[in-house]
Design a protein around this ligand. Structure first.
Ligand SMILES: Cc1cc2nc3c(=O)[nH]c(=O)nc-3n(C[C@H](O)[C@H](O)[C@H](O)COP(=O)(O)OP(=O)(O)OC[C@H]3O[C@@H](n4cnc5c(N)ncnc54)[C@H](O)[C@@H]3O)c2cc1C
Length: 359
């Protein structure tokens, strides 16, 4: 049996792509049920990673039916109020990075799995190696024997210590998130200002990001270096319209220190266990994490299908490519994050999105 710990984008994609190949797996998810926890904002799934995984999962059409093309809209401003770039997505634009609500993605994947594949309310506690696999111990006291244990349990993975001593460390910045619900009705002016997609405002040492979700909520957040004093005015000196946007939030803020795993991490291969997604390679949040988790999952499932009866050969195929892709993407993510810091951040981002033509 293949035991997948964690029913996030990575774990569910793995179960689905295995199912497409006629291979059974069980997902052990800590949440009590699909509605136990708000899933948060939108994800933009890229053609060559997240969308490629959905193609391997046979779910491309279902994805395109719920994905929001207009979510690709972008407005880039500096903190004085100057609009630097506005990109509105034409109705016939390619779906290169359409947005999907996390809850919609989860529903889509869940609906594609045979009933009973996900065991809700099943928190992984620890596991012990046995001949040909692992015994998994859940918090509820039950024990499950598996031939392959896959840690898809996210940033604070409890499966990870079975393969490496590496731990996430604080990456030096903090994200503060909140939301404005039913924004078109409650804050029509601000909703129009944000538009249909992403709205980014860069100041000298922090940035504000707002994002329209499919359900009419606007997610709004501030990212800054270090640890914020939440009692201070986080947008001191910014144009009043951005201060109004932040002040309009109607959900308690969630403060997330940005943690990262060491870039270029590898581990010696351990029979019977592997990792994917944030459990394997937590990196700076610049829109790659869910995409990578899903591609890892599709690759692992394909490797398992390509090595019938030899799970260790499958993992031996999967891990080096996954780790090297993660190292490369982590470097790129760190470079993009670096660009978003400091007095030149707005101009850096403008150049990033609109590179000057080379003669
Ligand atoms: C604010 C924010 C915005 C983001 N925006 C984007 C974006 O636009 N695009 C993008 O690609 N990425 C984005 N990311 C990153 C992305 O959310 C993650 O990289 C992605 O969710 C990782 O997927 P995963 O399946 O590996 O882990 P997760 O999504 O973390 O899923 C792990 C699952 O495991 C479960 N679990 C945890 N512990 C246990 C346990 N002990 N037993 C059983 N189950 C357990 C959890 O309940 C969860 O369901 C963002 C992250 C944040 C914080």
């Amino acid at each position: 049996m293949i035991a997948i710990i964690g029913g996030g984008p990575g774990g569910l994609t793995l179960a689905r792509v295995l199912h497409v190949h006629g291979i059974d797996a069980v997902v052990f998810e800590r949440d009590a049920g699909p509605e136990a926890r708000a899933q948060g904002g939108m994800l933009d799934l890229h053609t060559d990673t997240g969308q490629a995984a959905l193609r391997a999962a046979g779910l491309e059409q279902q994805f395109l039916a719920v994905a929001r093309r207009e979510g690709q809209d972008m407005r880039l401003l500096d903190h004085t109020g100057t609009l630097l770039l506005q990109e509105d997505t034409p109705d016939d634009a390619p779906m290169a990075r359409p947005e999907i609500d996390r809850a919609d993605l989860r529903d889509l994947l869940l609906a594609s799995l045979p009933p009973g594949t996900v065991r809700w309310g099943s928190a992984f506690n620890r596991a012990k190696a046995r001949a040909g696999g692992y015994v998994v111990f859940l918090d509820d006291g039950s024990e499950i024997e598996c031939d392959l244990l896959v840690g898809a349990d996210g940033a604070n993975s409890r499966v990870r210590p079975l393969v490496t001593d590496a731990r996430p460390v604080y990456g030096g910045s903090t994200a503060i998130d909140s939301a404005i619900h039913d924004a078109d009705r409650t804050q029509p002016e601000l909703a129009a200002m944000v538009g249909r997609g992403n709205y980014w405002v860069f100041g000298p040492d922090r940035h504000l990001a707002a994002q329209r979700n499919g359900d009419g909520t606007i997610r709004v957040g501030i990212s800054l270096q270090g640890t914020p004093d939440l009692d201070s005015d986080l947008l001191d000196g910014w144009h009043p319209r951005f201060r109004r946007l932040w002040a309009a939030r109607d959900e308690p803020v969630v403060v997330r220190p940005v943690n990262v795993m060491p870039t270029g991490l590898t581990w010696p291969r351990r029979p019977g266990v592997t990792l994917l997604g944030d459990a394997a390679h937590l990196m700076r949040p610049v829109g790659q994490g869910a995409n990578l988790a899903m591609l890892d999952a599709a690759d692992l499932a394909r490797a398992i299908a390509a090595h019938p009866g030899d799970l260790d050969a499958a993992v031996a195929d999967y891990e080096p490519a996954m780790l090297s892709r993660a190292a490369e993407t982590a470097k790129q993510s760190a470079a993009v994050s670096e660009m978003m810091i400091g007095p030149d951040a707005a101009q850096n981002l403008l150049r990033f999105f609109q590179p000057e033509p080379v003669d």
